[in-house]
Ligand binder design. Structure first.
Ligand code: AHR
Length: 491
């Protein structure tokens, strides 16, 4: 007996900002060096040192925003090391991640070039942990001031006549841990100080992002905002508050049992709950401080499986194979964000290449699009559309996850059957909107540990499906552990 899911075509939640489909790139493992950046002298086809294949794939993915250079690395990074002629850049040690030598070949200009090639807005995470307010202010001026100051002219001399117009600035990262092991009060004091020195330049008004909680740590949120507003003449500027919420796993990526998979997926229930609860805190503090709104961000999210030493030795720290389970996890995450489109400002999956839930995996010249990549490409359709209320009797992390959005002519629906053991028959009811056409694609595989490897890079790709339409309902049976993405033309 199919379960009926009702899509309320006229009950709008809010517009799905493209930034909810954001990405993250860190100097960690082979995400940047060896992954995205191969260097100008590489035999691997490249565009000014950027892996050409990765650029092509990320352009197709239309990455809306890209956060860099960390993560934990951000709080150890000094931006001046990464500008100017490559041969004169210092060789530094990445003490944060394994002590590898950095030649700083990938710096601010290379990052901006990547962003412009793939059409992403840059998001710079600034060094609060070991940096200073003046280092941050100088980076902003270097990037955004048009010309005439020494720093702006230095940027021009380094090849960028036009300002980079960077809007998104993060003040530290995980300051409760790798970013300085601070208390919420200590972080609030430093945030107020650093934030004060971030200037508007060249018509770009900075959007300041504070370090939010680990998961749903409401004590961090409450204490941070209490300290931020206490005994100050003016409330410091704050536009976004960034939570980190990973989906921890108990198995290596290709060794998941059905039970381990269900446990990992249950984290999406926790994330949804955290979004609702954190949002309520932000609204309360914004109201008290007389700020119209503070956005909630999920700055880092994605699957984090048990790492395998031999795999890391070969491919780099936190390199994890990406399976059909990850495709489902990506869609579960985006479905949560769409359902709370009114509450969120940005969400960045970790990370774009070779680290954790990567969209691309590389090895030498090979560059593979993962199941996660394919799920994210399918779901691009939702961007800039209005998220719709969906009514379902099923549990979204265990039984069926759904999100829907619309513009004037089409309703887009993404369903995930997270159950690796059973198919799921459903009927989508879209009420009084009358259906004139439906097209769809499915991502599925009968092995829950199936993946795209360097030897078999296209095992998991979307396949077209034709669901049955009758009046205003669509009937379909979803395969175990699968994603179904539909575009419904309505009149
Ligand atoms: O994404 C990997 C790491 O996870 C990031 O550097 C850090 O912010 C988080 O703990």
């Amino acid at each position: 007996m199919p379960t009926t899911i009702t899509i309320h075509a006229h009950d709008a939640i809010g517009v799905i900002r493209p930034e909810l489909h954001g990405h993250f790139l860190e100097h960690l493992g082979t995400a940047t060096y060896g992954g995205i950046w191969v260097g100008r002298d590489s035999t691997i086809p490249n565009i000014d040192g950027l892996r050409a294949r990765a650029v092509e794939y990320l352009r197709t993915l239309a990455v809306p925003v890209l956060r860099w250079p960390g993560g934990c690395f951000a709080d150890a990074y000094h931006w001046r090391d990464g500008i100017g002629p490559a041969e004169r850049r210092p060789r530094t040690v990445n003490h944060t991640w394994g002590g590898s030598i950095e030649d700083n070949g990938f710096g601010t200009h290379e990052f901006m070039h990547l962003c412009s090639l793939i059409g992403a807005q840059p998001y710079l995470a600034a060094n609060m942990g070991s940096g200073s307010p003046s280092e941050l202010r100088d980076w902003v001026e270097y990037c955004n001031y048009p010309s005439g100051s020494t720093l702006a002219d230095m940027r021009i001399g380094n090849g960028a006549r036009d300002p980079f117009a960077v809007r998104y600035w993060g003040i530290g990262n995980e300051s409760w841990a790798c970013g300085g092991n601070m208390t919420a009060e200590e972080y609030a004091a430093l945030y107020a100080r650093f934030g004060t020195f971030v200037p508007s330049c060249g018509g770009t008004t900075p959007y300041l992002i504070a370090v939010g909680p680990n998961n749903n740590d409401t004590a961090w949120t409450r204490r941070f905002f209490t300290a931020l507003s206490a005994e100050r003449m003016f409330t410091p500027r704050i536009h976004g508050f960034a939570m980190h919420y990973y989906s921890w796993g108990t198995c290596a990526p290709t060794r998941y049992t059905p039970d381990a998979l269900r446990t990992q997926f249950s984290s999406f229930e926790g994330m949804e709950h955290a979004i609702v609860e954190q949002r309520a805190y932000l609204d309360m503090f914004a109201e008290r401080a007389g700020i119209p709104r503070i956005d909630l961000l999920v700055d880092e999210w994605g699957t984090w499986d048990v790492s395998e030493k031999e795999v890391e030795d070969e491919y780099g720290l936190f390199w994890q194979q990406n399976t059909i389970r990850d495709a489902a996890a990506a869609a579960l995450g985006l479905n949560v964000f769409h359902r709370h489109a009114d509450k969120l400002g940005m969400c960045n999956i970790a990370q774009v290449a070779n680290v954790l839930q990567a969209s691309l995996l590389t090895s030498g010249p090979a560059c593979v699009r993962t199941p996660t990549y394919h799920a994210l490409v399918l779901m691009k359709d939702h961007r800039n559309r209005t998220a719709l209320r969906v009514e379902s009797p099923l549990s979204p992390s265990r039984e069926l996850s759904v999100s829907a959005s619309r513009d004037d002519r089409t309703i887009v629906v993404t369903c995930v059957n997270p159950d690796p053991g059973s198919p799921r028959a459903i009927r989508l009811d879209i009420g009084d909107a009358s259906i004139s056409a439906v097209e769809g694609e499915e991502i599925a595989d009968n092995d829950p540990n199936a993946c795209n490897t360097f030897a078999n890079p296209d095992r998991i790709v979307p396949h077209p499906v034709t669901p049955e339409v009758s009046g205003d309902t669509i009937a379909m049976t979803m395969a175990p552990l699968s994603i179904m993405h539909l575009r419904i033309t309505v009149s």
